[in-house]
Design a protein around this ligand. Structure first.
Ligand code: URP
Ligand code: ZN
Ligand code: ZN
Length: 484
């Protein structure tokens, strides 16, 4: 810490902040210059602007490592948020970095997806962003030429799917991607659900006339996630490379991750607010309303919710991301793409949650006494920055880090209403939930983007971030060929 820079001119000083990082909690002033944190200490000189944070928690801005913005779909549906509305919403909920997905279409290159995505983001993003690569067609050219170059250029995380017809890979293809990730030093995120089991169950449910939204859950029971999670772990063990299992929804999948860690395998895990705050009861809402909560894996029962909370407490989970995948409820290109009352298997999968992720977890997690503030910072910010090669530029409050900060207001209860949110989706699945924490101020590289209940940022402020090869991959193994 540096308290000797009393004469240094600061653009902004955040005074008397109760600074929480992944490890520490201390009170200090934060001196900001040219978008970076340049001093931490007591009694810093005033900046051109001084923000009084006395008595309030100040955390690193959130790093949401799993969001879908303006992502093209194959069924005619359209995501409600583009980079402008999605990143605006993120900023208003305390997130200052997002990592959406550049999706490769089968038969096309990955670079084409990256180029397309840059066009979608440029001049629109209000906060900083990087890209994960979704690989849906790992041809020889992709794994031997395209991906290695893209990884070297700063796209150091790859998502693969074990389900969804337009994106799923078979086991052999997943191993090819994992081997590439191992050799070149990338993090692989795996969507773990058994596609054939889902297809078989869906056929039987539809044949029995069971097509309401709640049968989405019955078509993707815990078993199909548990089996695929175990298989993903086995494939990563074979390829000798760390993986992240994304959007883990309940106990049986957590047990597989626990088992893998017991074998010393570097298996990381992500969960999302929908598995902490929503349940199968929300999918069973009257009429078609359950479609608002259709996402995959589906929200499960209360016992599984509790198992996910326990996983946050005991270290099983590495990150909490939103998996923001926003579709309107009303209208022809969202949840009602095939009409109100369409079958569960025709409803676009995904729910909005980019703005509510941090307040929900702060409120129920920290203020609810389930996790401490340091764990909150790990789960919402630091660990994602580390997993995806953005640390310590992002994910912490330290000298030299970007001045991405959240000053928290924890004094007032507020009820989540879609009308108060800043995404473009026409609903929130958390309508009516009460939270006791919300950002009072969000800063992105020293610029206030949210304060006094209003968005103060601008489209185009956000910058593209090249990611380093993640330390958790390169430190586990010397990158290069495996030992087989
Ligand atoms: O239902 C979900 N999770 N939709 C988003 C796509 C994905 O698999 O993450
Ligand atoms: Zn997924
Ligand atoms: Zn997702």
């Amino acid at each position: 810490m540096n308290s000797s820079n009393r004469d240094q001119p600061f653009d902004t000083v955040v005074r008397d902040a109760r600074i929480a990082t992944a490890a520490d909690l201390f009170t200090a002033d934060i001196g900001i210059l040219d978008g970076a944190i340049v001093a931490l200490g007591n009694g810093l000189a005033d900046g051109r602007e001084t923000i009084d944070a006395r008595g309030r928690f100040v955390t690193p801005g959130g790093v949401d490592g799993h969001v879908h913005l303006d992502q093209p779909t194959s069924d005619g549906s359209k995501m409600a948020d583009d980079f402008e509305t999605g990143t605006r919403s993120a900023a208003c909920g305390g997130t200052t970095t997002v990592i959406p997905f550049a999706l490769q279409f089968k038969g096309h290159g990955v670079r084409a997806a990256v180029e397309d995505y840059h066009m979608r983001a440029a001049d629109k993003a209000a906060i900083d962003y990087a890209f994960h690569l979704i690989v849906s067609d790992p041809s020889h050219a992709v794994v031997s030429e395209e991906l290695p170059k893209l990884i070297a250029e700063g796209y150091t995380s790859i998502k693969v799917y074990m389900t969804y017809d337009d994106m799923k890979l078979d086991d052999r293809q997943i191993i090819d991607v994992l081997a590439c990730a191992r050799i070149h030093g990338a993090m692989t995120m795996i969507h773990a659900e058994n596609s054939d089991c889902i297809g078989w169950l869906t056929e039987r449910l539809l044949a029995a006339g069971l097509s309401a939204p709640k049968y989405h859950g019955a078509s993707r029971p815990m078993l199909v996630e548990r089996e695929a999670t175990h298989r993903a772990i086995a494939l990563s063990e074979l390829a000798e490379v760390p993986i992240l299992i994304v959007h883990v929804s309940g106990r049986e999948a957590i047990e597989q991750i626990h088992w893998a860690r017991g074998r010393g395998l570097p298996v990381f895990a992500e969960t999302c607010p929908q598995y902490l705050f929503l349940s199968e009861e929300d999918l069973a809402l009257d009429g078609f309303a359950g479609a608002k909560c259709i996402c995959s894996p589906p929200p499960r029962d209360k016992a599984n919710q509790q198992a996910v909370w326990t996983g946050l407490q005991n270290g099983m989970f590495t990150i909490v991301s939103s998996d923001h995948a926003p579709f309107n409820y009303d209208g022809p290109d969202g949840k009602m793409l095939h009409g109100p009352g369409s079958s569960f298997h025709q409803v676009p999968n995904g729910i909005p949650g980019i703005e509510t992720r941090m307040p929900l977890l702060f409120s129920e997690g920290v203020l609810g006494g389930r996790i401490d503030i340091n764990r909150f910072v790990q789960l919402t910010s630091t660990n994602a920055a580390k997993l995806y090669g953005l640390y310590p530029r992002k994910g912490t409050i330290a000298i030299g880090s970007d001045a991405d900060l959240v000053i928290w207001d924890t004094g007032v209860a507020r009820t989540i209403r879609n009308a108060d949110l800043h995404h473009a989706a026409d609903y929130t699945p958390y309508e009516g939930h009460e939270v006791r924490a919300w950002p009072s101020v969000t800063m992105s590289r020293g610029v206030t983007v949210w304060s006094e209940g209003a968005f103060r940022g601008r489209a185009g402020h956000g910058r593209f971030l090249r990611c380093e090869r993640p330390g958790v991959v390169t430190s586990q193994f010397k990158i290069g060929p495996a030992t087989f």
